[in-house]
Design a protein around this ligand. Structure first.
Ligand code: AHR
Length: 547
């Protein structure tokens, strides 16, 4: 078989271009369409797409349902330590190695008074939490979260309340957390038993302020001015903090992209990044109930990233700013079953069961696709948060005595375990299948070609290791992938595992926790040319030594 050179790749792109409808997403992804044969990719350390900032693979923990109470925090549980933190949960999250954790919301934060959640616990008020109509006892607050982050080995990403809250109280929270001593808010922290500042570096300027469901929802320019005001005051305390403006919360709101442009026109100079959110599902309006369309949804995520980056660059150009914003995809996941109605209404109770989505095999395959997209967009997306981490739309679920790993745990865990160093810029050829937009929601209504095989790869030169993440979207047939390594050439296969199965709707339960789990996959000999045989309906990781 011939080797894939840059020239043949570009010729392939040209041929693909002729066959594709104008505006296809394939060339933008670096994919070429081939008529038949195995998928191929060229990998070379000379073609680096980005340094991998591991914050790209973070997660999200909101005061919502059973995420905090009875999840992270359950005093009195035999699984809890003296502070009430569930140790089995900490062990899972520490084991995953989650690099950054967004907190405390989400919709919750837009009505949150952080002062309610600090100081002596017995003096903290119980309040009605209005985002999810629940009872919030405030027994877990900012200091508990920051203590917990240390135990779980993760960095905090705190959000301000810019809904019902003011810039003044946002800056007060930064002073409370980060100033050493001798001021009103720093001394309040010290009086609460925290002598040393927490030094929180990453902050979200509110949450989903474009959403009519959001407490304090307002027009883009108004929000942009509020964010600018808050950011400017925060910078007086510390210029180096990383501040993220709240961008569009999905791609279907009529304000999508206009919101981002307008708010950035107001606050571009004061912020470092902008957030993107999206949730995906296999539903009639989104996919026509087609798994083939569903498994292509990570390419919609690619598209959203491209579009928001384009808006940022447009505003940069207009402002003639030397600064290029990075993106924070700080809420992403599959979420479509436990949504709305009773799933989202806590009925004024404490720790209600909300948004407890059960994930199956096809969801896990798509989450693998999202990991691939985030990796190949690492040149632009610096922070990413799987939403969420525990109990609420989450890979991990607790009962009184244990923690269950849902199907989506595995692709996420692989990314954390194996993605290291640089993300490689791959040249990929693959056969494709068509998708059709007719009848679908406009933001997912595309007539296009989808590669059967989706690839992402990282290379850690100094560590002497590489990882390749491979999604086979073919529902019926095994697919071959030929990896052509230019430099370095792998010397050993350290691990090769796949997630697959005959029942795409299979899911794990506490009674049957191993229905969807990885299995070893036969890997080829390490070398310059490696042919993997990916099972139908699978997501696979190969971990390779390169010296
Ligand atoms: O993650 C669940 C909710 O989804 C968050 O609170 C909100 O930001 C988004 O709409």
């Amino acid at each position: 078989m011939s080797t894939l050179t840059r020239r043949t790749f570009l010729e392939g792109l040209g041929r693909a271009g002729a066959a594709l409808a104008a505006g296809s997403w394939l060339p933008g992804l670096g994919y070429a369409q081939v008529a038949r044969g195995p998928a191929r990719a060229v990998l070379s350390q000379a073609r680096v797409r980005a340094d991998l900032d591991r914050r790209l693979l973070g997660a999200f923990l909101e005061h919502l349902g059973r995420a905090i109470y009875t999840g992270v925090y359950e005093p009195g549980s035999p699984r809890a330590d003296a502070s009430g933190f569930r140790q089995d949960v900490i062990a899972e999250i520490k084991g995953l190695g989650v690099p950054i954790m967004r907190y405390p919301g989400g919709n919750f934060v837009s009505g949150y008074n952080w002062l309610d959640g600090v100081g002596p616990k017995k003096e903290r008020p119980t309040v009605i939490e209005r985002a999810w109509n629940s009872l919030e006892t405030n027994q877990f607050g900012t200091n508990e979260f920051l203590d917990w982050c240390k135990l779980a080995g993760t960095e905090p990403l705190l959000a301000f309340n810019l809904g019902t809250g003011t810039p003044e109280m946002a800056v007060a929270l930064v002073e409370y957390c980060n100033v050493a001593r001798g001021t009103k808010w720093s001394d309040l922290r010290r009086s609460h038993g925290y002598e040393r500042p927490h030094d929180v570096r990453y902050w979200c300027l509110g949450n989903e302020m474009d959403g009519p469901w959001q407490m304090g929802h307002m027009p883009a320019r108004e929000y942009g001015r509020k964010a600018r005001d808050a950011a400017r005051q925060v910078r007086v305390l510390d210029r180096s903090l990383q501040l993220i403006a709240a961008g569009s919360s999905n791609t279907i709101l009529p304000t999508y992209l206009v919101w981002d442009r307008e708010l950035l026109e107001e606050c571009y100079d004061q912020v470092d990044g902008i957030s993107l959110h999206n949730y995906y599902g296999n539903t009639p309006p989104l996919t026509g109930d087609s798994t083939a369309r569903y498994l292509a949804m990570n390419l919609d995520m690619d598209r959203q990233i491209q579009e928001i980056a384009a808006v940022c660059d447009y505003v940069q150009g207009i402002r003639k700013s030397p600064k290029r914003l990075w993106l924070s995809f700080d809420e992403w996941n599959v979420w479509y079953r436990a949504r709305g109605g009773d799933f989202a209404d806590g009925k004024r109770t404490f720790a209600p069961k909300l948004l407890e989505e059960v994930y199956n095999l096809e969801d896990a395959l798509l989450v693998g696709g999202f990991v691939n997209t985030l990796l190949r967009r690492a040149d632009r997306v610096r922070v990413g948060c799987l939403a969420q981490i525990l109990n609420v739309i989450a890979p991990l679920v607790t009962n009184e005595t244990s923690v269950l790993r849902q199907s989506i745990y595995y692709p996420y865990a692989w990314s954390l375990q194996y993605a290291r160093g640089h993300v490689l810029d791959l040249l990929v050829e693959s056969e494709t299948y068509p998708i059709e937009g007719r009848g679908l929601r406009p933001d997912f209504a595309r007539d296009d070609q989808v590669p059967f095989v989706d690839l992402a790869a990282t290379l850690d030169g100094p560590g002497g290791q590489a990882a390749v993440f491979m999604l086979n979207r073919d529902l019926e047939t095994e697919r071959e992938v030929v990896l052509e390594w230019r430099d370095p050439v792998p010397t050993r296969v350290l691990a090769c595992q796949t997630l697959t199965g005959t029942d795409l709707k299979a899911f794990n339960t506490f009674e049957q926790p191993k229905r969807v789990v990885p299995q070893p996959l036969d890997a080829p000999q390490a070398g310059a040319r490696m042919t993997f045989r990916l099972p139908a309906r699978s997501y696979t990781v190969a971990h390779l030594a390169t010296r």
